[in-house]
Design a protein around this ligand. Structure first.
Ligand SMILES: [Zn+2]
Length: 239
C-alpha cells in the first residue's frame, strides 16, 4: 500500500497500491514470464470502510507477450475484467442468497448491470468448480428486480455455497436450462433439491432428476432464511 486519501464530500476512501517491481511479471493467459510494457491505472470497489465506499487504486503493469500481445497482469485481489474486489463480490453474492436484487442493489449503490456482472462471474466460478466435483445438493430460488417483476432463477450448490446457474424468469424452462447442462449420470447423482413450493420448479425436477419426489425438499420459511439440512438416510429435513 502506498497511500490513503479520504474524501468526506464524496464519502469515499481511496487506497493506493503499488507493484514493488521485484517480482517478475507473467502473461495472464499463458503464464509465461514476459517483459514489461507499461503501467495502467485501475480501480476496484472494495468492502466499505466506516460506511465510506472504499476504492483500491493501482498502477498495474502490462506485459508484452509474444503470443497474446499487450495485457495487464492479474492482480491477487480481483478477477480479471471485474471492477470489484473478490471480497466485495463474495459479499454481494452472500446477500443475493438472502434477499432480492432490489434489496441488495439500493444500499450497496449498485446497478442491475453491476450485480448481473458479479452474478455471471460467480456462475463461471461455480461451473469451474462443478466440473471438478459435481453438485449433489441443490437449492433453487427465485429473485426479482425492482418493480418490474423481472424474475431470475438462481441455482446454488448447497455444499460449496456457490451459485452455479442463473436464468431469466421462474419457469420450468428456466430450471431446465440448468439440467440441460448436466449429463445423465450427474442428474442421477443429485441427492436433494431445496425450493419454495413452485409448481414450475417441481415440474422441472420431475422431468430431469430420477426419483425426484424423494429428493425435493421444501423450504417452508421462504428463501429469506438460510437453508440448513439434516441427512437421515435418504430423507432430508429442512428448517
Ligand atoms: Zn501469453
Amino acid at each position: 500500500m502506498s497511500g490513503v486519501a479520504l474524501s468526506l464530500q464524496a464519502q469515499q476512501v481511496k487506497v493506493f497500491i503499488e507493484h514493488n517491481g521485484k517480482k517478475g511479471c507473467q502473461c495472464r493467459v499463458c503464464a509465461k514470464p514476459c517483459p514489461g510494457y507499461d503501467h495502467m491505472t485501475q480501480k476496484w470497489r472494495h468492502l466499505d470502510t466506516c460506511q465510506f465506499q472504499t476504492i483500491l487504486v493501482a498502477s498495474v503493469p502490462r506485459v508484452q507477450c509474444p503470443e497474446h500481445k499487450v495485457l495487464a497482469i492479474d492482480v491477487p485481489w480481483a478477477e480479471s475484467g471485474s471492477r470489484y474486489t473478490a471480497l466485495f463480490e463474495a459479499w454481494v453474492i452472500d446477500w443475493l442468497k438472502e434477499a432480492t436484487i432490489k434489496a441488495v442493489a439500493r444500499p450497496m449503490k449498485l446497478s442491475w448491470n453491476a450485480i448481473d456482472g458479479i452474478g455471471q462471474r460467480a456462475v463461471r466460478r461455480g461451473l469451474a468448480r462443478r466440473d471438478a466435483q459435481p453438485p449433489k445438493r441443490l437449492a433453487v430460488d427465485e429473485t426479482s428486480f425492482q418493480k418490474h417483476h423481472e424474475y431470475v432463477t438462481v441455482v446454488t450448490d448447497h455444499d460449496k455455497g456457490v451459485v452455479i446457474h442463473v436464468a431469466d424468469e421462474r419457469k420450468s424452462d428456466s430450471l431446465n436450462e440448468y439440467f440441460d447442462t448436466l449429463p445423465d449420470d450427474l442428474k442421477k447423482g443429485i441427492e436433494c433439491v431445496t425450493m419454495d413450493r413452485s409448481k414450475a420448479y417441481i415440474k422441472s425436477v420431475r422431468q430431469n432428476v430420477p426419483q425426484a419426489d424423494q429428493k425435493i425438499a421444501f423450504d417452508k420459511f421462504g428463501h429469506a432464511l438460510k437453508i440448513m439440512y439434516t441427512s437421515v438416510g435418504n430423507v432430508y429435513i429442512c428448517w
